[in-house]
Design a protein around this ligand. Structure first.
Ligand SMILES: Cc1cc2nc3c(=O)[nH]c(=O)nc-3n(C[C@H](O)[C@H](O)[C@H](O)COP(=O)(O)O)c2cc1C
Length: 370
């Protein structure tokens, strides 16, 4: 394995280790707590009649939940991918694989990703490359290889400028990405979904992405895993860089706000991720305008605490919580969540007002399946 390949693999393993041992979630929140769902004491619906299934990318999901991109590229990540894939196949959910860059540069590592399609022949599976791959001359070829490697239903392209800048081996060039994204969406038949990695997407960026022809946006907002926090621990020997990373641990648009920004700006299908931790968070995200939700860090931790069974229990818990929440709101189907009354705190309303966002009920209902 060349130095570059092993560097990427080592870094990804270090990320996993730090995520398990340290506190890597943002000290600030998603702002979901600034939104209140109104309890309905007369639900007029039976728990057994509640239907959590939705359709996304032409596939039926048993609940609006995917496991967000995390791993691949090493024997250890192959085992994590295998467990997650098996569970999402069994439960009828979906997943994104971690960045496929290591396997694109070294085909010997492809097996760590291919296992996902082997274990989940029918689930919604998404490939993953980083925006820095788009700046290479052969970027279309790279994107096709990522898709073909796992027979992906869509390709996620992650935008991670903060992470790249604060990690020593990160890419520092971002000029020209918009043009490359436009070229990518016209060259590919597979849908392209752009995602952040924990800093959120603004309405200005969402409009650009829509013009570029992306199929959907995964906002991956602030309030969950912070790559600046991960970097702070990775670089603890380098006092200056650790301090800089610390400064940016709260950087980004909180998930609930990013969701409003993007839903206001576009009618594209939306994935809400970044700090989604409970079925109530999922219900709030859908009520605000998301089509489905993504969860990363808790899945990794569940795998390390109880293996495949841990991942299964976590995802079942989220589905059950969503169901209970739907019952307590008196809704039978997921799309009805977009019609339940919401109360926004004054702080939340101030933010929307200053951003010129008029968040009407009609705006909440834009999107994929509503
Ligand atoms: C260990 C780890 C590795 C990750 N690797 C990737 C990656 O390769 N590509 C990507 O797009 N996002 C990656 N992410 C970001 C997640 O997909 C997600 O956007 C982010 O962690 C926010 O979700 P969370 O708060 O539920 O963890 C990674 C996250 C974690 C925790």
């Amino acid at each position: 394995m060349s130095r570059t390949h092993s560097n990427i693999v080592d870094r990804k393993l270090e990320h996993i280790r730090i995520c398990l041992e340290k506190s890597v979630e943002m000290p600030t929140t998603t702002w979901f707590e600034e939104i209140t769902l109104i309890h309905k004491a007369l639900p007029e619906v039976d728990l057994d009649d509640i239907e959590t299934s939705v359709e996304f990318l032409g596939k039926k999901l048993s609940a609006p939940i995917i496991v967000s991109s995390m791993t691949g590229g090493h024997k250890i990540s192959r085992n994590i991918n295998k467990a997650i894939a098996k569970v999402v196949e069994d439960l009828g959910l979906g997943m994104g694989v971690g960045s496929q860059r290591a396997a694109i540069e070294n085909p010997e590592l492809e097996y760590t990703f291919k296992i996902v399609r082997e274990e989940a022949p029918s689930a919604l599976i998404m490939g993953n490359i980083g925006c820095s791959q788009l700046l290479r001359d052969d970027f279309i070829h790279i994107a096709r290889r990522a898709v073909n490697m796992i027979d992906a239903d869509a390709l996620l392209v992650h935008l991670n400028p903060l992470q790249e800048i604060i990690q020593p081996e990160g890419d520092k060039k971002f000029h020209g990405l918009t043009d490359r994204l436009r070229e990518l969406t016209s060259a590919m038949t597979t849908p392209i979904i752009v995602k952040e990695v924990g800093c959120g997407i603004s309405m200005e960026v969402a409009k650009i992405l829509e013009k570029c022809g992306v199929y959907a946006i995964d906002i991956s907002g602030a309030g969950g895993t912070s790559f600046a926090a991960i970097e702070k621990y990775r670089r603890k020997e380098d006092e200056l860089m650790a301090a800089i990373a610390e400064t940016f641990t709260t950087w980004g648009i909180p998930t609930a706000l990013s969701l409003c920004e993007v839903r206001y700006a576009t009618s594209l299908p939306l994935i809400a991720s970044g700090g989604i931790r409970t079925g109530v968070d999922i219900a709030k995200a859908i009520a605000l305008g998301a089509d489905i939700t993504g969860i990363a860090l808790p899945v990794l931790r569940a795998y390390y605490s109880k293996g495949e069974e841990g991942v299964r229990l976590l995802l079942i818990r989220l589905i059950e919580e969503l169901k209970i929440c739907m019952l307590l709101l008196g809704v039978r189907e997921v799309k009805e969540l977009k019609r339940v009354p919401l109360v926004f705190s004054q702080k939340f309303r101030n933010y929307l007002q200053q951003r010129g966002i008029v968040y009407t009920d009609e705006v909440r209902r834009r999107g994929g399946y509503c």
